[in-house]
Design a protein around this ligand. Sequence first.
Ligand SMILES: [Zn+2]
Length: 486
Amino acid sequence: MASLTVLLRHSGKWNDEGNYINFSIEGILIKEYASFNDLVGSISNQLGIDLSTNNIKIQYNVEGNRTPMEIHNDMGYRVYVKLKKENKEFGMYPLCITTMEKELISGDGLNQGDIVQIDEAVQMYDSDTDDTLAIELANSGEAIGVFELHKDLIISKTNQKEVMAGQVYKDKAILKEVMKNYAIAQRFQFRVDRSNAVSYALICISEDCDWRFKASSINKSELFKVREFNDNHTCPLKNKVYEQRQASSNIISGIIRTKLTNHKRKYTPRDIIDDVKSDLGVDVSYMLAWRAKEKAMNFLRGEPTDSYKKLPGYLYTMDKTYPGSHIRMEKSSNNEFMYVYISLYAFIRGFDHCRPIVVVDGSHLKSYYTGTFVSASTLDGAAYGVIDSKNDAAWTWFFEQFKIAYGVRENMCIVSNRNESIIKSKFKKSHAKLSEIYFSMAKTYIQTEFDSLMEKVEKVDIRVKEYLELAGYEKWVRLYAPVNRG
Ligand SMILES: [Zn+2]
């Protein structure tokens, strides 16, 4: 198809009302069947942005939404192309480009060990941060040399261990968190002397102590700078046994967040107890560790309920992006989520060329809301969804959707360890015997056992044997699995 013309707005900034202002303009052509990376390439090319040292953020406004939409992957690109195709005028849906320097790592000893991350929030000050900081530091009479790297010295992570005068924090919230952790690590308690939008001052909980900490914002921006820090306690408190109640689940949650970002890694409350002990020297109970983990997970993923709220919008976009797909969501009479079913158009089209054999399997979802993730697979994939496995009506619903999406094919064979009566009622042919064999085969580690099971399959239905061979044993048989499925 022909290219679409897209107006670019760049070198501007987003204001609080969600409008991109003070920008310059450019134009590019985009192709319908290109990728997100192609888009990034064209834009940076046209605007002369060096991607080895910069990242770009591509956003556009959608009617009725204050928050701009960001294009950050192929799906986002496809949605945008679809939108542009419906509104082809050059000026419609301009893409607003924000350029961000890639993360720099502090080169001096000020923040040793901790990588200082620059992210978009700091970018808000991009137009004048450098100057502001430089002037600020010049006035305070500090060694400017240290701060020549400006932005890469801004501390934006709460795992910052060293605290000293001159440090600049991304915002007050980060600084507060760092100071809480600092007090735990140093085993003392502080009192807040003053805390407002522009200043944050702490003193030791003991009245006869010289320990002091003062920080304030830089020119009323969100950046907070440590102005004064006397870390010497003249009180005996420092040597007292630390009171554990300070290590609240909130604090621990902040500390362990980074460890939970890898979803593949198992990080149990037990691990948390060990880490808190070694990092902070504090013993915490299992319950406290568990609560901290829940809080951290919620912080990272949002509340589970919020995820379900996003589902209708996600399904809508999916339906628009893959026309001809069969996507359904079932709600209760109270408007609560019940089940979801998804067959993408490509699956449906592909099924006509597949043998009419479908392997159905479910795995339990673990979270606040239990459910079962169901997949129905042909050679190309067929359908997936989430239902309530204990409920026959749910399975019936799933297979009804399957039937609507794929129609009825002669000699359809369903392999499943699920309620046979449901499958029988929807599709004539099924083999309770076969599914038993299938699941033993999938689980076996012994070659001879596998071979003899395969013989049995052949006796029941030769088509299934052929199918399973075609599908590739490595996909479903433990014995052939390239990775350990446990
Ligand atoms: Zn003190």
